[in-house]
Design a protein around this ligand. Structure first.
Ligand code: UFG
Length: 323
């Protein structure tokens, strides 16, 4: 297939673009490089630089003709979304509306969208199934939910074959591709930076109602997550919008992550207890039963230590990220 990957110079998008190239899909990456890195665009994929808010540019790109779009481009920091909701709504919602319109105009039949566990807010039931009511607690999650609903409407009205994948906590690296956010707010890269630089890492909240008092998350290897996109692309049906949670179904606390990182790196990582971070739910663990049953997806690297080990290897070989 000929596929457009928006945000394909970012962490998850670049890994998926490389997986698409590996199975001989003609892959075009659309990225404005505001967060992504030109060096993360895999060899074999073509980079088109531009922004989703530019309708004329989008019409031109989509007008080339594509069999599908994988849409990763978005702002994705919870804290920042609380401070600057307008930026999040404009980028994530208006940007996707422009993309959907350009796809419709050009007759592009398939879409796979990066949604998030953040749409569930503070879930009533864990592990979280797709039936859990969506009730985001921050603008980031709200923008992703708005897009999920927009996609459902486009599928019904215009016959789009669409899938939303709701990611839990993505981790690890894939060969030359790894996680390099600026600023970095994610736990695993920060713990590994602490290991590399012999600086302390902060534990945001030690008073949660969890087994060791720290927040619990479901970590999924970026390669496993990536493979789900290829399966979703194959399974998508015209006029249908399917939604799948993607995680391992196992919860690890912040302290578990620090302990695992100590084992992987062999370094003594100092961890300092700090106040809770605003907007963080105590526990987010996925039920991926639906993805397993309907997409035939199964994680191949479910062990937390493997994810941390791959992230560590990447960090050691890319001490300055993609610079
Ligand atoms: N944490 C620390 N110290 C740090 C960084 C993080 O204790 O230095 C904690 C957080 O408070 C949280 C856990 O580690 O409890 C995981 O934090 P991350 O920032 O790595 O990930 P989040 O769970 O906050 O966010 C991820 C994605 C979001 C998505 C969310 C879904 O990055 O895009 O999952 O809930 F919205």
């Amino acid at each position: 297939m000929k596929l457009l990957v928006t945000g394909g110079a970012g962490y998850v998008g670049s890994v998926v673009a490389s997986q698409l190239v590996a199975v001989d899909h003609e892959t075009v990456v659309l990225d404005d490089l505001s967060k992504g890195h030109a060096g993360a665009v895999p060899p074999g994929a073509r980079l088109v630089r531009g922004n989703l808010l530019d309708d004329e540019f989008l019409r031109g790109v989509l007008g080339e003709g594509f069999d599908g779009v994988l849409h990763f481009a978005a702002l994705s920091l919870v804290g920042e979304s609380v401070e600057e909701p307008g930026r999040y709504y404009r980028n994530n919602v208006c940007g996707t509306l422009g993309l959907l319109e350009a796809m419709r105009g050009a007759g592009v039949p398939r879409l796979v969208f990066s949604s998030t566990a953040a749409v569930y807010g503070e879930p009533r039931n864990v592990p979280i199934t797709e039936d859990e009511p969506a009730a985001p607690t921050n603008p980031y999650g709200a923008t992703k939910l708005a897009v999920d609903r927009m996609i459902s409407a486009y599928a019904t009205a215009h016959g789009l074959a669409a899938t939303s994948l709701r990611y839990f906590n993505v981790a690890g690296a894939s060969g030359t591709l790894g996680e390099a956010h600026e600023p970095e707010t994610h736990l695993i890269p920060l713990v590994l930076t602490a290991a590399a630089k012999e600086t302390p890492v902060r534990i945001f909240g030690a008073d949660y109602p969890t087994r060791d008092g720290t927040a619990i998350r479901d970590y999924i290897h970026v390669e496993d997550l990536g493979r789900a996109h290829l399966l979703a692309l194959e399974a998508a049906r015209p006029g249908m919008h399917d939604i799948y949670n993607l995680g391992n179904g196992a919860g690890f606390s912040v302290r578990d992550v620090v302990e695992a990182a100590r084992r992987v790196t062999g370094r003594n990582i100092e961890a300092i207890e700090a106040p809770r971070r605003a907007g963080d739910p105590p526990e987010l663990v996925a039920s991926s039963a639906k993805a397993r049953a309907e997409l035939g997806w199964k994680p191949e690297k479910p062990a937390l230590e493997d994810m941390i080990s791959d992230a560590w290897t990447w960090m050691m070989s890319h001490p300055n990220g993609y610079e």
